[in-house]
Design a protein around this ligand. Structure first.
Ligand SMILES: O=C([O-])CC(=O)C(=O)O
Ligand SMILES: [Mg+2]
Length: 193
């Protein structure tokens, strides 16, 4: 498993800027304020509204890995809730990103596992499959493969292809230096007239 920067080390917005502003999962939001994640993807492609594949993923997912689920963008069934996220916490995974929905949001915030999803609904999931584990998927229109770097913060989620991580981190650092200079210049502004 790759070692990627710790959660919150880099703003997702700037990392995306370093990929020519690509790589952002459209419409995927944190389910509680302040949630940050960073780690290698463990991917699941599931039938919309069905979480059997997620339970299978929990049999092999490793500490620090981020469970990334292509649920087809379905918002009518929650793929996870408190009980699933309790498993995620016990296994110390890096977090969960769903192109789908979740429920039990008050309890999720209390558990402190970073969870990002397209929607919230009280409707529970089906549990029959089919699903695919650790193959190429898409989340919010962005390709994700096993081991790609997934990062999330209050702005949303971005995915960096595993082979581009070093270049993107170097580019992000350069952009952050430029932003520091622009911030200082902004603070020197004074009103005219
Ligand atoms: O019933 C489910 O599979 C989803 C859920 O609410 C939980 O994990 O707590
Ligand atoms: Mg529940």
């Amino acid at each position: 498993m790759h070692d990627y920067p710790p959660p919150g080390a880099f703003p997702v917005a700037t990392v995306s800027d370093a990929m020519d502003r690509f790589g952002v999962a459209d419409g995927i939001r944190p389910l509680w304020p302040g949630a940050v994640l960073s780690g290698p993807a463990f991917t699941v492609w599931t039938r919309p509204g069905d979480n059997k594949g997620l339970h299978t993923a929990f049999e092999t997912i490793r500490r620090g890995e981020v469970l990334v689920v292509n649920g087809g963008g379905d918002v009518t069934r929650a793929l996870i809730g408190e009980l699933v996220v309790q498993k995620a916490k016990a296994l110390e995974i890096g977090g969960i990103v769903l192109d789908g929905a979740a429920r039990d949001v008050v309890e999720l915030a209390g558990l402190g596992v970073p969870v990002f999803a397209r929607a919230v609904t009280p409707a529970g999931p089906w549990k029959t499959g089919p699903y695919r584990i650790n193959g190429p998927i898409a989340v919010g229109g962005v390709p994700v493969g096993p081991g790609d770097w997934v990062i999330g913060d209050d702005d949303g989620v971005a995915v960096v292809p595993a082979g581009e991580v070093d270049d993107v981190i170097a580019g992000t650092r350069r952009l952050l230096e430029g932003e520091t200079e622009r911030r200082a210049a902004n603070q020197r502004l004074v009103p005219r007239g």
